[in-house]
Each structure stands twice: as C-alpha cells, then as structure tokens.
Design a protein around this ligand. Structure first.
Ligand code: SF4
Length: 917
C-alpha cells in the first residue's frame, strides 16, 4: 500500500505526514514533499502512530448517559434546538466549535448557524489564541491576511520572535529557523519574551521585557526609525494611510523611557532598534504572547505599524508574520467560524450579508455578529443561551474562569457535545454526546499559518458508530428542515461550495479566493492540486454560475482526492506565497492603515493579595487538553505533571522547594502544581502549562485561575497576565503509586492532589494527601485487592511507608509515601520493573529502597522523547567527554530525530560544562 499523504493534527505549522502500515500498527513520518516541513516532524507529530487506539473513544451516540441510535440522538438535537428557537428566539442557541475541526466541518456548522438558524452565535476556541491577530490584520490591511510564508523565516536577515516560544509551540518552524541560522550565521535573531524560553537558545539578543509591555517597545521602535530616518517615505506616501496620526503618537517614546517602561537595559533596547533600522529583510513573528492580552489588538497594530512604515510587508524575508496555534485556526477564519465574521472572509456589512445570503439561498441569515467565546459562556451562565452544541473542544478546561464555565454547563438546559473522547471535563455535562471521527478517520482540508491548504486524508475506518463532523451537522440541519442547503454527499462537495463562495462576485475585491481551483485540470482530476497546471483563463469573474458551484459540479472528487498543498489566494497563475507585495490592500482606498495605538498595562495588576503575574502556555510534548498526546508514555516522559515555574529567589522567599507542591490561587479559583525553580522566570512572574484537565490531574487546571477579561475588539482573553497568590501546599504526606492499571481518581484523598502519568508498562499516580498515611494505605490496598503477596516497611516516626504487591515474582503495584516530597526516590527504575515478567532477587531486595541494585542503570528523567534518553544518561555522557549536541547525538542518538530536545541538551551541556556552553 502506498503511504497516505495527510497532515499533522496538532499545531499551526501544518506539517505533512506520510502514514503507512507497519505490522499491526502504523508508521507516521514527515512528508519530504510537503512545503511546510520538508520531511521534519516534532516529537508530537512523530508519536502520532502511538495515539490511534480506541481507548477512551466515544463510539456510540448517547442521550442522558445511555447509548442511543443515531436517529434518536440527531432527532433529539434537532427537536430541542428547534423548540428553544421557537420559544426563545434564534439567539437562545449557540455553537462553540474548534480549530480542530476540518474546514469542511467548520463550513457547514457556520452555514447552519448563521445562514439557516439565523444567529451569529457560533464562535470557536481559536478566539482564545489568535483573534487579536485577526482584528489587527483587519484594521491594518482591511482583511485578515497573513502576508508572509515560512520561507521568509529562513531568508530574513533579522528575525524578531515576539511572544512566541516557537521551539516548543511550533517546533518544525523553529527547526527551519535553526537550520537557516546555522547555514547563515550572520542572520540575527531577537527574542522578545518575559521568559528565557527554549526559543532564546538561538537568539543573539533576548529582551526579557516586563509582562505585557510589548506595545511600548514597538512604539519606541517606530519613533527611533523616524529619528534615524529609516522609514520608507515613498512606500508610506504611496500605500499607507493614518501615518499622520500614528507618528505623533510615538513621539515621546525615547529609548530611556521605553527601557524603563519595559524593564529593560537601555543598551539592549538600543541594540534591537539599531538592528531593526539597519536590516531591510526583517521578519517579525508574533504569537500568543502578543495576542492573549486585554490590549492584544493594539499590540498587533503596534507591530504592523512598524512594518508598514518601513514598507516591509509581503516581501521575501521582510514581513510581519502571525503564527497560529491550532491546526485549522486559519480554516476557521476562512469559513466564518468566528462570531463576528461571515463566510469566505466576508463581513457583516450590507454587501457581505446580501452576497452570502444569495449564495446560500439562506432563508434566515444572521444580521449581526454573535457572541464571542467568553461572552457566549457568560450568556449560558446567565440563562440566555438555553441550547449549546460544543464540537471538538473542551471549554471546561480551556476557557478562562473554567470553574464558572463548569457551572454554566451544569445550568444549561440542553448541552450537546460532539467529540472523539467519551468523557472530557466538558462532555460529562452533555445531555447528548455524538461520536465524531478522529484524526486518521477524517477527510477534508486544513489551513496552516502561511495560508497553505492541505488535505487530511483518512487511513482508518470509522470505528463503532463514529461519524464525520460535517455529516453530523448536515443531518441535524436536515432534521431542522433545511435539507436544501445541506445535501452534500461528502467533503469534496462542501469544499467545492466553500471555494465557489470565495470566488462568488469576488473579482479580486476580497483576499480569500479559491476561484482558480475551479478549473478544468481539477475538474478532470489530472494531477489535481498542482497549481502549475491551473490555466490562466480561469478568473473569479469567469467562475461558473453559483448554482453549479454550490452542487460541487465544477470540482471533481478526483481533484479533491489528489489536491496537493497550496497557498491561497489561487489566482490565474496559481497559489500565492506572499500578499501585498504590490502595496495594494483590501481597503476602500487600497491603502494600509497605521493606527495611533495607546499602550495599556494588563487589565488586572498584581496586588498585595495576588503579588505574582501568572503566564500560561504550552509545553513541548503535549497538545491542548492531552486527549491525544496523553495517550503515549513517550510524550509524558519529558514533563509529566502540572507544574509551576518560579524564580529561585521567589521560591526561597515563599519556602517552596524544587519538586514540592505549590498552591496558586485568586478570586477565580485555584490550582496545585509541582514547583520547578528556574532562573528563566523573572522575579515576580510564574508560568504554568495549560494542558492538565480533570482526566490527568486533580486541581491542575490553569484555566480555573485566568480571569475572563478580554480585548475589547477581539474578545481574546488575557491568558498571559493573571495575578495570583502562590504558597506552599501543606500536605500531610507526599507519595506515588505505580500500578499495572490506572486507579480511579488515583486513589487520592478527597481534596488532595493527584496526577496520573501513563508509563510504558504501568500507571504512575503522584499524590499528596491530608489524611493519615495509614488510612490512605488501607484504602489503596482495598482498591488493589487481588491475589499476591504484599511486602511492606513502615517507619512511623519518619512518616515513611513503602509497600509492593507481587504475584509469582511479577510486580503488580508499589507505593512510597513520605512526609516531604524530596525524600521520595526517583521513579524511572521502579517503573522499569513493570517491564519484567519476574523480578530478580537483587531487584526484589532493592525494591523498597527505591533505587536500583548497584549494577543496574537509572537513566533519569527523559529528555529526548524520541529515543528515550534520560537526564542521568546524558549527564554521564557529558562527564565522559561528550561536549556538544552533536557528540551527544553520536553517542546516544539524543536530538537526532525531531530535534525538539536540542535546546534542553544545550542547557544540560551549559550546566555541566560551562566552558563548552
Ligand atoms: Fe505537528 Fe509538530 Fe509539525 Fe506542529 S510542528 S504540525 S505539532 S509535527
């Protein structure tokens, strides 16, 4: 069987992957021909083949927790939505959708809500990651257009990474930058981030600015460029409006003033400004660190202002570049998945409404934008929304004030959840659950951060009664009486309709245009998708009539099947790598807009009760709420628990020990997390990851702390600057249980701490509790009640309790409890004992000591997830003479596959061999 060419379902880099059979499983490798990654994959993409099992899958529809037929479930959804609309109006219902959906799924969901139900109440979890970039683009360019492409990151002479830990969040894009820097050491990289992240590893200059102060820095940059006469006056004259207001607005922003506002050294600010002024080929990459702010849109426009003033837009190696979080955040933007947009990048204007309404033949088109994510769930809480359909997302974990979201879900009269996972923090509150297709089963398209549309192709049969999201939406639509608009036979027809709408009465007036695809070579199949074959005769004005396009008659199934990755817009000469190279924008006068933005500090400042600024974000090897990445032990080997990164100075002041537990709290909620001291944090700031849900931890959701304050224009929440109090968590005991099976609620005491870690051959349960240890052990033994011999030791005075259950020489479970967390032994060797059929005498003797017999190695915490290379093994190799990343690669293979661990390898080298570092 030829490999299936498809796309990674995780981040916005949108890497192409090849999937082929390997014995009973699947081999997933990077697609060398995909222009996003040219064969590379990060640790998450490389582990995709390990996440395909059906454990925890939702395989059948459910109503009120009971298995139901599809007919019953779909009828129930349609009837309840129709009843709410009839009684309370169309704005009493809402959809909350996701950047995990394929474009085709997204398209029909938006069409149903905005075109036929007649409400704007469909919003997406992409609101949480990039809606400020959308709003900033629209203010500056007239459209939500990312001007550049990934090649620009490689050919820039100066790359500015602001609010982006690309090394962890967009690893393959980062690897492309690393390779470019290696090939051209003169390339300069500036990282702007309050934290010294793994991304800073390749930076020539790191500006560790005060959290939230980015707009001051970029306003100062514009002022400096003006003073240094480094602006492109000809470009401004020909292509930019608003300069007259934007320039005076930066006049007071001197280098000393900016340095003081941003908490930076004047010399560092001056060096950044000097580099920017002197380097025509400059790319500024920005991401969640900019967007997730109550003034995110202004920050975006502060960046765009600078690029516009220098004419550095859409040119090779010279552009601003917003990099998106999710695999199909861009696709959602294209179909109108945001509550304040219509489909195909059209707006809620009279013209947009008229055009979309005619194209869809929509009986009841929404006339005004709907509620954005945070407002939408507040409306649920207030009882205004009485029927809510959540697709492919987990807002009970990911939205701000997550505990209030849970309360809102509990109170909502009718909640529908379509998901691949049987039980999530959200779906446990659903009245109807609908089993959706997962990656590997889905068929459709996604758009990555550089506007590149790629196919996701199925290679697995749909399991159980799972169905594609587009099918589910269409079936509900038909049952609501809208058969005419939702009769698509498959995703190809939906894509054709989407493409046709993009071209409908376009004529070059709108940025998003796929009209060039609807052309003979595609119609016939041919090489379908090779844009070199798109004939020049095709133009938007000559697109076939809408009624043909709507039926997908101008885009064949064969063409869709073989569609190769391409970048929109598709013009007569094919796809488009860069936008605005000609200086023409989609504004009424064709000019871009500079704006006199006014920097604002985070809405909620730290105070005496909540003195720390909490930053939240992703980690290297996990994705969203871990529903997929949590399935593979390999990806949990790097970071396995919710953690709090804190500067040693703060940790010391608070009496927090590295590896102990901390409690973070504010008026919204609380979170428990494992302490990690790090000088990469600023004093007064802390970081916690977003991934842990109720599935893998007790009290580990960072969303419970984040305030529901949003940018007034974009509605994007301020995830990066939340005031919190931090204190040691005073547990009576700390411990862990390793067992062959997963223990329900980890056997933890009510109200205590627990985190579950899937290991290679066992489950690890990290615990802390308040009840007497003996009581907990009794409960645990009852839970593990099975034939076997317990061996145990107890030192009451030291509060030390250890035990193991063994049957026929095989280890079934082991527990260790101590008063202090740092007295617990390392876990790796103990976990490895579960891989044995029988323990040796030496292992049995060493078992309750918690450390290997002298001749057995302990590899330590895993750093290289691809090859399972641990910290201890690396330390020994470095001590034995390995003095570089390359040497570690030769000796241990570490860092030689996906490369995601290279920044950490460098850090270990620096720590152990400061001279080499
Ligand atoms: Fe997937 Fe990693 Fe590529 Fe992102 S960088 S698309 S997670 S392989």
């Amino acid at each position: 069987m030829n490999p299936i060419r498809t796309t990674c379902p995780y981040c916005g880099v949108g890497c192409g992957v090849l999937v082929s059979r390997a014995g009973d499983g699947w081999n997933v490798r990077g697609d060398p021909d995909h222009p996003a990654n040219f064969g590379r994959l990060c640790s998450k993409g490389a582990a995709l083949g390990e996440t395909l099992d059906l454990d925890e899958r939702l395989l059948h529809p459910e109503i009120a927790g009971m298995r139901a037929t599809w007919d019953a479930a779909l009828d129930t959804v349609a009837e309840r939505f129709a009843a709410v609309i009839a009684e309370h109006g169309h704005d009493a219902v809402a959809f909350y959708v996701s950047g995990q959906l394929l474009t085709e799924d997204y398209y029909v969901a938006n069409k149903l809500m905005k075109g036929f139900i007649g409400s704007g109440n469909i919003d997406t979890n992409s609101r949480l990651c990039m809606s400020s970039a959308v709003a900033g683009h629209k203010r500056a360019f007239g459209t939500d257009t990312v001007p550049g492409c990934y090649e620009d990151l490689e050919i820039a002479d100066l790359l500015v990474l602001v609010g982006s830990n690309a090394a962890w969040t967009h690893p393959v894009a980062y690897q492309r930058i690393v390779a470019a820097k290696k090939a051209r050491p003169d390339m300069r990289i500036v990282a702007i981030d309050p934290r010294r992240t793994a991304t800073c590893d390749i930076a020539d200059l790191h500006l560790a600015l005060k959290p939230g102060s980015d707009a001051w820095l970029f306003k100062g940059l514009l002022n400096h460029l003006k003073r240094e006469d480094a602006l492109d006056w000809a470009y401004i004259e020909a292509h930019v409006a608003g300069f007259g207001a934007a320039l005076p607005a930066v006049s007071g922003y001197s280098i000393p003033g900016v340095a003081a506002s941003c908490g930076l050294d004047e010399a560092d600010v001056a060096e950044f400004y000097r580099l920017f002024a002197a380097t025509a080929k400059t790319v500024t990459v920005f991401s969640q660190g900019i967007n997730q702010s109550s003034s995110g849109v202004d920050k975006v426009n502060a960046i765009l202002n600078v690029h516009l003033a220098c004419g550095r837009i859409g040119l090779p190696g010279a552009t601003p570049f917003s990099i998106t979080g999710q695999p199909n955040a861009m696709g959602g933007r294209e179909v109108g998945g945001l509550a304040n947009q219509l489909a195909a990048h059209m707006e809620f204007t009279p013209e947009g409404l008229d055009r979309v309404g005619r194209f869809w033949n929509a009986p009841n088109l929404a006339r005004q934008p709907g509620l954005k994510a945070v407002d939408l769930f507040q409306a649920v809480a207030a009882g205004k929304i009485k029927a809510l359909w959540i697709m492919a997302t987990n807002p009970a974990v990911s939205l701000p004030e997550a505990d209030r979201v849970v309360e809102a879900l509990r109170a909502c009269p009718f909640v529908v959840v379509s998901d691949v996972v049987a039980n999530t923090d959200t779906s446990v509150h659903a009245h109807v659950k609908l089993p959706a297709a997962a990656w590997g089963e889905k068929d459709g398209t996604v758009t990555n951060s550089e506007r590149r549309i790629s196919r996701q192709r199925p290679f697995l049969d749909l399991p159980g009664e799972a169905r594609p999201d587009w099918w589910i939406v269409n079936e509900v639509a038909k049952r609501m009486g809208y058969s005419a608009g939702f009769g698509h036979a498959g995703p190809a027809e939906i894509f054709a309709e989407h493409a046709a709408l993009s071209a409908f009465e376009n004529g070059g007036t709108r940025d998003f245009d796929l009209g060039g695809l609807l052309a003979p070579p595609f119609e016939k199949g041919g090489r379908g998708g090779d844009l070199a074959t798109v004939p020049p005769a095709q133009s938007s004005e000559k697109s076939p009539p809408a009624h043909l396009l709507q039926r997908g008659e101008c885009f064949s199934l064969a063409a869709y099947d073989t569609l190769a990755p391409f970048q929109w817009p598709v013009t007569s000469s094919g796809g488009t790598a860069r936008m605005f190279s000609d200086g023409r924008y989609f504004t009424p006068d064709g000019r871009a807009r500079m704006l006199p933005v006014m920097p604002r500090p985070p809405l909620h400042a730290p105070d005496a009760r909540h003195p720390f600024t909490l930053n939240s974000g992703r980690i290297r090897d996990q994705w969203h709420t871990m529903t997929r990445t949590g399935k593979t032990a390999r990806l949990l080997a790097h970071i396995d628990e919710p953690y709090l990164e804190i500067h040693p100075h703060d940790a010391h002041r608070l009496g927090l020990k590295d590896g102990a537990l901390a409690r973070l709290a504010n008026d919204n909620g609380e979170m428990l997390a494992r302490v990690r001291e790090s000088r990469e944090q600023q004093v007064g700031s802390v970081f916690a990851p977003i991934h842990w849900s109720g599935r893998y931890s007790g009290r580990g959701r960072v969303g419970a702390l984040v305030s529901a304050v949003t940018d007034p224009l974009s509605g994007q929440p301020e995830f990066k600057q939340t005031p919190v109090a931090v204190a040691a968590y005073p547990a009576a005991w700390h411990g862990f249980v390793l067992a062959r099976e997963e223990l329900a609620s980890a056997g933890a005491a009510e109200g205590g701490y627990w985190a579950k870690v899937r290991g290679k051959s066992c489950w690890r349960h990290e615990l802390a509790g308040d009840e007497p240890p003996a009581e907990y052990i009794e409960k645990l033994r009852t839970r593990l009640d099975r034939p076997g011999d317990w061996i145990a030791m107890q030192d009451g005075a030291a509060s030390r309790h250890r035990g193991a259950l063994i049957r026929d020489g095989r280890l079934l479970a082991v527990y260790f409890l101590e008063r202090e967390a740092d007295r617990l032994p390392p876990r790796h060797w103990l976990e490895s004992l579960f891989e044995r059929d029988a323990l040796s005498d030496a292992e049995r003797h060493a078992l309750l000591l918690g450390r290997p017999p002298q001749d057995a190695p302990d590899c330590g915490r895993i750093v290289c997830a691809c090859f399972g290379v641990g910290e201890q093994t690396l330390a020994e190799a470095i001590a034995a003479g390995a003095a570089s990343v390359e040497a570690l690669g030769i000796k241990l293979s570490a860092g030689t596959n996906c490369g995601s661990c290279i920044p950490e390898l460098k850090r270990l080298l620096r720590a152990q061999r400061p001279a080499a570092g």
